[in-house]
Write a protein that binds this ligand. Sequence first.
Ligand SMILES: [Fe+2]
Length: 332
Amino acid sequence: MQDPFKSSLFSSTPAIRRRAFLTRLLLSGLASACTNPLLATNRRIDPSYYTLLADPHIPADRLRQHNGVFMTTQLETVIKQVICQPRLPGGVIIAGDLAYSRAETEDYLQLANILQPLRSTGIAVHLALGNHDHRERFLHAIPWAFRPDRPRQDRCCTVVSSPHANWFLLDSLEETLSTPGLLGPKQLQWLASALDARRRKPAILVLHHHPDHTNPRAGLKDTEAFLEVLKPRPQVKACVFGHTHRWAHITDESGIHWINLPPTSYVFRPEYPIGWVEARVHTDGMILRLHCLDHRHTQHGQELHLTWRPARFSNFISSVSTDTEPKLPTPS
Ligand SMILES: [Fe+2]
């Protein structure tokens, strides 16, 4: 089985790398989506750059529409834009709700087809699960997504290492078609120990559901337990999620950044952006850039320059409550 977490391009020389990439791009039929100046650029994979997507909601039927959009076409457009950039990402992460609604096996087969151009170019693809996913059908239809020796057999979670950060992919799917999510005590226990084993590098967490203290909850049911793991560990710098189908960012009182990704599919209010987020991680933080599918959207090109909280806490953390809810949007 091919290792989804290794790019074949990493071990190539630059010249071979570029030639192999262009060959694969031409074979994949996406070359026509790129302009000649972009093809002429000496492109390479930047392992510190990740592309972040959420909520593609891919149906088996590529002609299926929802809220006036073709979900398959929109994800294909996003992937073309990612592939046609001058510099390619080390990885693409999709933060859940991969399938359309009931998460049928055929939805995942369609998704795998759409993602293939990314994998053909050597870009690693990492998939998280949401409430419109089904774990067993997902693993059956997309066997390259998670290795059999993943740290927990009952969840699709893992750690992806990059030069300036470890990306922790979490699985908050509790029940397909039930809106709220749950990480569960066992996955949280694994997360705590995995974070403790990686204290020296910044940690960025990715999951589908947002932290939520409302009642009844539409987001993460075990928000308090999740925050108890995150907040005392200074290596945790940011948490990325989808679920609400809107773009937002806040920094909580402990200094953790909470990033709500826009969907690639449909929005609940017409003024919200649809698109993807470019994340460039450096030693002290991360630069996020929003790419809207509609380039006329007022937020298209918006950049957020995030600075990491301190690597060591002194008395700072003792004043930070773990039950304070970040002020985040809820699903409409
Ligand atoms: Fe969704």
